[in-house]
Design a binder for this molecule. Structure first.
Ligand SMILES: [Zn+2]
Length: 601
């Protein structure tokens, strides 16, 4: 993007969006008092410390320290430059960029992402419009993938020969970018060949829907080739962080209030056809912590619907464990009958039946008890006792007593045992768990890991006294005039520079706000502004308050000078340098006289 974007335009964009709306697309925010709270998208945390202040239009994470205005958020989140971030927010507000600035047309600044997006639309066009794509179309018809579905998922076809290589070279991509993209296999002498050939292509997107990789399904009968093939890991594609269809599902989850997790992308597509639009899938690997964290930032309500066969159910059990370890999820589990996968089920029983299965998802405890019952021969008394023992252990981990009761009753009824006896063994388990958790808590206090810190944000020393003065200096004109009258200088160079910049800023801008000022100050100083704005400070002040703060800051300055001089005296005494001792003593007395300190040295 060429040149600087006019400031008027930036301010127009700023005033036409609400930071809460923009951040809500990435983080599930909950209103707490004046602020909105959510899980930080920049570091992993269990309890929300990521805060958005709607009134001031700032965000700040009190865990890792990242903070700023709406532009800053997207710069951090999507790794954008400032102009790219302005363009992104303008797009959200449906404000067209001024002429001459729309050059990037919403395209990523990362050449590898642009390359992938070009590749995806190339494959898509090949599938839809070319003779070579006819093979892919035939398969798509067999799988009942309509035009809408092909478009929504941007499904394409990778033909034989090196057509993608030729196409991308024609678009001017460098050999280096081509080699790094993972879309080509390179021979030892450096020649490149298309990695995906004769495959139906499913683009894989990142959190924002930018394409970063592909999965290709083999169309030929050649069993020496893998049926499914993914892009290799690259600088933009990390399988453990990718969820198929995540960017779209995220939008749908806002109205559907839940996400549905599948095993493979054909299931996500089948579910989409059946009207479940908030479906996602991990990419042929078991779920990772990073993927779970992605979900957690969107919603706590997750339904898991893996294949109904044994491997599918085992994978579902493992997924439940991971979600429970992460904590805070409201899970629903679907086990489809006849060992069907969602795709097969929808074909056999139709859309409505499938939606009923989703609605009737089991709670994790129901799921566990059902699975447990399959493990034992309940006609055999010895096995039945083992079953009851394990069932009670599981029920004992439920925190809600009414829910505990409900499940105990279910088990008692089904197995024909008395509720009282089950309750007695439950109480034993509960006591045992309580003792264990107390032991754990003690251990945890000792082993509590240090929170993650980010060097550049943390290296700025925040000083509450200077924070308060700077806040008044920026937000209250009268206070500013009074502070200037006192000829007060901020002792810390960073605060001093901000005060100076603010004076410059207000002399050149109409209606200056701290939010627009942020884009004007150097990166390393922005944290101070965000911190003063996000600390709930009163706007009321008195001259006495200001004088008291100034006095305390000056006193602190003198005290630190005194401490330094005292160190120097000790050094001089050690060296028995009498002249130096006298010189420093005079300096100390002078300092104290100036400060009006009466206490004896
Ligand atoms: Zn954070």
């Amino acid at each position: 993007m060429a040149g600087l974007i006019p400031e008027d335009f930036i301010n127009e964009v700023r005033s036409n969006v609400n930071i809460v709306d923009i951040i809500s697309q990435y983080v599930s925010l909950e209103k707490k008092g004046k602020d909105y709270l959510g899980l930080c998208p920049f570091h992993q945390e269990k309890t929300p410390s990521f805060t958005v202040n709607e009134e001031k239009q700032f965000f700040k994470c009190f865990g890792c320290g990242k903070g700023g205005n709406v532009f800053k958020f997207l710069m951090y989140k999507d790794n954008l430059t400032f102009p790219e971030s302005v363009a992104e927010v303008a797009g959200f507000a449906h404000i067209p960029m001024p002429s001459g600035y729309e050059a990037s047309g919403g395209r990523s600044s990362n050449p590898l992402i642009r390359l992938h997006e070009d590749a995806a639309s190339f494959y898509h066009q090949v599938l839809l419009t070319t003779k070579a794509g006819e093979r892919g179309m035939q398969y798509a018809r067999e799988r009942e993938l309509s035009r809408d579905i092909l478009d929504h998922f941007q499904i394409g076809y990778a033909p034989e020969n090196n057509v993608l290589l030729m196409y991308l070279k024609g678009k001017g991509y460098s050999d280096d970018d081509l080699a790094q993209s993972g879309l080509f296999i390179q021979t030892e002498d450096g020649r490149m060949f298309d990695r995906f050939r004769d495959r139906l292509m499913f683009p894989l997107g990142n959190e924002n829907g930018q394409i970063i990789g592909f999965s290709g399904r083999r169309l030929s009968q050649d069993k020496t080739q893998a049926k499914y093939m993914n892009s290799p890991e690259t600088s933009i594609f990390n399988k453990s962080k990718v969820l198929f269809h995540f960017a779209e599902a995220k939008k749908a989850a806002r109205s559907e209030k839940r996400l549905v997790l599948y095993e493979g992308y054909m299931d996500v597509i089948a579910a989409y056809k059946a009207g479940v639009t908030a479906g996602i899938a991990s990419m042929g690997t078991s779920l990772t912590d990073q993927q779970i964290y992605l979900l957690k930032r969107i919603t706590n309500n997750v339904i898991i619907n893996y294949d109904g066969d044994d491997p599918g159910i085992h994978a579902e059990e493992r997924a439940v464990e991971l979600f429970e370890k992460a904590g805070g999820f409201n899970l629903g589990l679907v086990i489809l009958p006849e060992k069907l996968d969602p795709d097969e089920y929808v074909k056999k029983y139709g859309v409505e039946k499938y939606q009923e299965e989703i609605k009737g998802a089991l709670s994790p405890t129901d799921f566990f008890l059902r699975r447990l019952a399959h493990k034992y021969n309940l006609q055999n008394d010895r096995e039945k006792l083992l079953y009851l023992d394990e069932a009670v252990k599981k029920i004992a981990t439920i925190s809600n007593p009414i829910e505990q009761d409900l499940f105990l009753k279910k088990v008692a009824d089904k197995q024909g045992v008395s509720l009282e006896s089950l309750k007695a063994s439950l109480m034993r388990e509960v006591r045992k768990n309580r003792r264990a958790s107390q032991r754990n808590r003690l251990q945890q206090v000792e082993e509590d890991p240090q929170p993650v810190t980010y060097e550049n944000e943390r290296s700025l020393e925040h000083d509450p006294a200077q924070d308060r003065l700077l806040y008044l200096f920026i937000n209250e004109e009268e206070a500013r005039d009074f502070i200037l009258q006192q000829k007060f200088l901020f002792p810390d160079a960073n605060y001093a520079q901000l005060a100076e910049l603010w004076l410059k800023y207000i002399s050149t801008h109409e209606n200056p706000t701290s939010n627009s000022f942020l884009d004007f100050v150097p990166e390393r100083l922005q944290g101070i502004i965000v911190n003063t704005e996000m600390t709930q400070m009163p706007d009321d002040f008195s001259e006495k308050e200001i004088l008291d703060i100034i006095h305390s800051i000056n006193l602190r300055k003198v005290n630190s000078q005194l401490n330094e001089l005292r160190d120097q005296i000790q050094d001089a005494e050690r060296k028995q340098d009498v002249a130096e001792v006298i010189r420093i003593t005079q300096k100390i007395l002078e300092l104290k006289r100036n400060q009006g300190q009466k206490e004896a040295f």
